[in-house]
Design a binder for this molecule. Structure first.
Ligand code: HPA
Ligand code: ZN
Length: 326
């Protein structure tokens, strides 16, 4: 019997497709492409997933993503995620991808966009789930590289719903990316940004006021600035939170310490997501379950969180109403 959490219709809004690469698939892709891996066994890969902070994770995540080479690889990766997500009751997924991780290795947009398009088309047909793609800029590579990436992506703008900012946060404030995000907005793309994961509340303010971010990815560190919490609540700015990620990257010591419920009670539109599920030990329903148990939340609160995810998506009002059963 599927549990309540699985049955709730939900959208996943903070999911890095490269972060869904399970060790088993890493090995099968390496064998198929005749390339080596820096690990001997699946168990050795899993054992390496002991993170101390965001950077210690990113170092391993970028190495794992190097196992992806062909359109078929990107299709298989996204299809596996979408099957898993549909099984968790996800009816709509807005997925991040990191083009620079691939273009830096000589793999062009045509390669990964072809694979993504095939997986998304198949998911619509066979799983009945809708999908969107959000292209993220790697902040540690700086704005000139982000501008080059936006230009390279121009032939594929029709296949994107938005752009985001990810990778190392502290030392790379959103204010450095105003030009590229402004251009993306002019092209009709939605703007989101990772902010306040490890970085200070000022980065969240900058994402809102300088980049025009419509959602904040993570945003947990907003809590230390009451004026910012009021702003998020008043403007209904969604936070796409990833509780298991935050524990694995030591943003919070334990799930019981997570501030999701406090921010929800303060009137912030909070959503639950999985971030990089292959690395953080759980897909989206696992995140909902961990939160419900760890923070002692009611079924009604879980249902509200699932509704929030659909409302916070970039679907049009008609699709939202349909999924919400309104
Ligand atoms: N933060 C920043 N960059 C990332 C993350 C994250 O949680 N996951 C994948 N890239
Ligand atoms: Zn993320």
């Amino acid at each position: 019997m599927p549990d309540l959490i699985t049955l709730l219709p939900k959208a996943e809004l903070h999911l890095h497709i490269e972060g869904t690469l399970e060790p088993e698939m890493m090995f099968s892709l390496a064998a198929r492409n005749h390339v080596g891996l820096p690990f001997e066994t699946v168990e050795a890969v899993r054992a390496a997933y002991e993170f101390t902070d965001l950077q210690s994770f990113l170092d391993i995540y970028y190495r794992g993503a190097a196992a992806l080479h062909t359109s078929q690889d990107f299709e298989d990766l996204m299809w596996a995620y979408l099957v898993r997500a549909a099984g968790d009751g996800v009816c709509h997924a807005e997925m991040f991808f990191d083009p620079q991780t691939h273009t830096e290795r000589g793999i062009g947009f045509q390669v990964f966009m072809t694979g993504f398009a095939r997986a998304r088309e198949r998911a619509g047909r066979e799983l009945g789930i809708t999908t969107g793609l959000i292209m993220c800029f790697l902040r540690h590579l700086g704005e000139p590289a982000a501008l080059d990436t936006l230009e390279a992506a121009a032939p594929f703008f029709d296949e994107l719903i938005g752009v985001g900012l990810d990778s190392s946060e502290v030392g790379y404030p959103p204010s450095r990316f105003q030009e590229v995000m402004g251009r993306a907005r002019e092209a009709g793309l939605h703007v989101v940004a990772h902010a306040g994961e490890e970085g200070p509340p000022e980065y969240v303010w900058e994402a809102l006021d300088l980049l025009g971010a419509e959602r904040i990815d993570h945003g947990v560190r907003s809590e230390s600035d009451p004026a910012l919490v009021s702003r998020l609540a008043a403007d209904r700015i969604p936070l796409t939170m990833c509780p298991l990620s935050n524990v694995r990257l030591r943003v919070f010591d334990r799930i019981e310490d997570h501030n999701l419920k406090r921010l929800m009670d303060a009137g912030v539109k909070v959503t639950i997501n999985s971030d990089d599920p292959a690395y953080f030990g759980g897909y989206v329903a696992d995140n909902y379950r961990a939160v419900q148990q760890g923070l002692g939340m009611s079924d009604a609160e879980m249902s509200q969180l699932a509704r929030n995810s659909i409302e916070a998506s970039f679907l049009d009002a008609g699709m939202k109403a349909q999924l919400l059963g309104d």
